[in-house]
Design a protein around this ligand. Structure first.
Ligand SMILES: NC(=O)c1ccc[n+]([C@@H]2O[C@H](COP(=O)([O-])OP(=O)(O)OC[C@H]3O[C@@H](n4cnc5c(N)ncnc54)[C@H](O)[C@@H]3O)[C@@H](O)[C@H]2O)c1
Length: 342
């Protein structure tokens, strides 16, 4: 079978995650990397054997060896490369969140509706074994009617203060809340109808990063399920893992509890530190990138090759962004909000 030629737009941290997979999968080939910072494009291309690098994505999209592109620019910068890629006839995997403003969402929807190309939004939590097993259990009816869910997904403070250079142009709701909301929709196959969110800004604002530290939110789903979610990115760096994740699903006949951070499946105690090494998200095993963060990208390649529907579609990305816009309005106005999907 002919390999699918890939281009990457955004040669940062997550661009490298994508590069690893396209360069190593038997159905794909990494053709080119683009970044506005030439050195980043050049060194990622060199590291993963891409023949070309660019600083202008329009130029890269003219390359006929590329059939699909990954958009791994910062949260607020997905719109332009996304629309340009579809116009150039390339299939797209775009990082979450799909977009962070209503204007971007509408422009991207118009481009998508007018294109024959295929789009996946990289909600990789759908590939996480615990979440996939929970979904199966819910689908089989083992929990009865899902009455409520509690999901906390937080990051250590290293992420907004040191890892990301564009924290103040995003929010923890875009960066982590997008996964949270998509996972809950995925688990119960229902859409969020109404939200209420409260935020606090104590820590990051004092570090001259003008974004909220935390959002605590209540979601009401169309099927009657309620969910409480927490997203913060001020967890102390001494947390044993970069995430802090807890999920409880309460049904009329059963319950599921997950502690994916301090799960005690693997504890490591060394002279200078103790930790819980990553065994689920993106470990490297015998030299191969494993874990669900890599699996979602592999799945994009494989479904693109054989024509099966993607597990996370444009519509999923669009709906999740609409929920977050309602949550942010709610937190600002201190009022419950209906989610508007038009
Ligand atoms: N699926 C996940 O769980 C996951 C994990 C981490 C990051 N992400 C997402 O991936 C995206 C990238 O995050 P990151 O941490 O790699 O950011 P990053 O800042 O490390 O990388 C972004 C890169 O995009 C480049 N860029 C910006 N505008 C560009 C343009 N117009 N053309 C070409 N290059 C451009 C920047 O120079 C930078 O090198 C974000 O949307 C983020 O939320 C997803």
């Amino acid at each position: 079978m002919r390999k699918i030629g890939f281009g990457i737009i955004g040669a940062g941290i997550w661009g490298e995650t994508h590069a690893k997979i396209y360069a190593s999968h038997h159905l794909s080939e990494l053709i080119a990397v683009c970044d506005t910072v030439e050195e980043k494009a050049r060194s990622l291309a060199l590291k993963y054997g891409a023949k070309n690098y660019y600083t202008d994505f329009e130029k890269m999209l003219e390359n006929s060896e590329i059939q699909a592109v990954a958009i791994t620019t910062p949260d607020f910068a997905h719109r332009e490369p996304f629309i340009a890629a579809l116009k150039a006839g390339k299939h797209v995997i775009v990082e979450k969140p799909l977009a962070t403003t209503n204007e971007d969402l509408q422009a991207m929807k118009e481009a998508y509706d007018n294109s024959d190309c295929r789009v996946m939004v990289d909600f990789h939590a759908r590939f996480s074994p615990p979440f996939a097993i929970a979904k199966e259990s819910i689908q089989k009816g083992e929990l009865g009617k899902v009455i409520s869910m509690y999901y906390r997904l937080n990051d250590i403070i290293y992420v907004p203060t040191q890892m990301l250079s564009w924290t103040s142009k995003s929010s923890v709701l875009w960066f982590l809340g997008s996964h949270t909301i998509d996972t809950l929709r995925f688990l119960i196959d229902s859409e969020v109808q109404r939200v209420y969110s409260v935020s606090r800004s104590e820590v990051l604002i004092k570090k001259n990063i003008p974004v909220a530290d935390i959002y605590q939110s209540i979601l009401e789903f169309e099927n009657g399920t309620i969910a409480t979610i927490e997203n913060n990115w001020i967890v102390p760096n001494t947390n044993p893992h970069w995430n802090d994740i807890k999920l409880n699903i309460l049904g009329s006949k059963g319950m599921i509890n997950m502690d994916l951070t301090n799960n005690q499946a693997f504890e490591r105690y060394l002279e200078s530190k103790s930790d819980h090494p990553d065994i689920l998200v993106m470990p490297t095993i015998h030299g191969k990138p494993m874990g669900f963060a890599h699996e979602s990208i592999r799945d994009f390649i494989e479904r693109l090759a054989d024509g099966r529907e993607f597990l996370a579609t444009f519509e999923d990305g669009y709906r999740v962004s609409k929920v977050i816009l309602a949550l942010m309005d709610s937190a600002e106005e201190r009022l419950p909000k209906e989610v508007k999907y038009d």
